[in-house]
Design a protein around this ligand. Structure first.
Ligand code: ZN
Length: 218
């Protein structure tokens, strides 16, 4: 995905980040903010806090360099035994609109980013956590107060892109498709790739069968 970048002010982040084991999801809890607003703000101001990425429904901005420690989960007391600033990437979701709500597009874009980060650093899904899971802070509040939203987020991270079922030979095809395919082969409409190889997707079979039922093939 496209990621824009504006270097965070040096006063807001720490030393080298060597061993990324966790990805921590936050929200900014700032009404009406955007990813770019935050990148600009953390570049300009010294606030002793930061994150690696800011996400809204339109863009992703990188702030703290990915090889440096952002200050996003520092605390006096931790709930999580091992997740710290020194071994995690911080991702902030922005609120964009009015009210304390996360927009669907922001959540979806965050899923895409986190999936990329999981792949880049080899972070397993159980190590994608909320700020809440690390320190007990109510962040991201919607994912804490309505835990089904967090479950949905994790499910979206885990979802494999569906691989389309393909049928190489007539004999392997489902019974509901065989009469139609047999008819099309006999009519010479379906010629396949030679040696009896038809190699049709399941979607193609469905379309042929619907067309057949509609009388398109006589
Ligand atoms: Zn947070």
């Amino acid at each position: 995905m496209e990621i824009k970048s504006k270097a965070c002010n040096h006063g807001n982040y720490g030393g080298t980040l060597k061993n990324v084991q966790y990805i921590v999801v936050h929200w900014t809890s700032n009404q009406g903010d955007t990813a770019k607003n935050n990148a600009d703000y953390f570049a300009r101001e010294v606030v002793k806090a930061s994150a690696h990425y800011f996400v809204d429904e339109n863009e992703v901005w990188n702030s703290v360099p990915p090889d440096r420690q952002a200050w996003h989960v520092g605390a006096k007391r931790y709930v999580h035994p091992t997740c710290r600033n020194s071994n995690s990437i911080g991702v902030e979701m922005c609120l964009t609109g009015k009210g304390y709500v996360l927009r669907r597009g922001t959540i979806e874009r965050t899923v895409t980013l986190v999936r990329e980060l999981m792949a880049r650093y080899g972070v397993p899904i159980q190590n994608v956590v909320r700020h809440y899971d690390v320190t007990g802070k109510d962040c991201p509040a919607p994912f804490v107060e309505q835990s089904s939203l967090w479950d949905d987020f994790k499910a979206a991270l885990a979802a494999e892109p569906e691989e389309e079922m393909r049928y190489k030979y007539y004999d392997d095809m489902p019974d509901w498709a065989k009469p139609t395919i047999s008819k099309l082969v006999k009519q010479g409409c379906l010629q396949g790739e030679g040696d009896g190889v038809l190699n049709l997707s399941e979607d193609a079979l469905k379309i042929f069968v619907v067309n057949d039922r509609a009388g398109l093939y006589g």
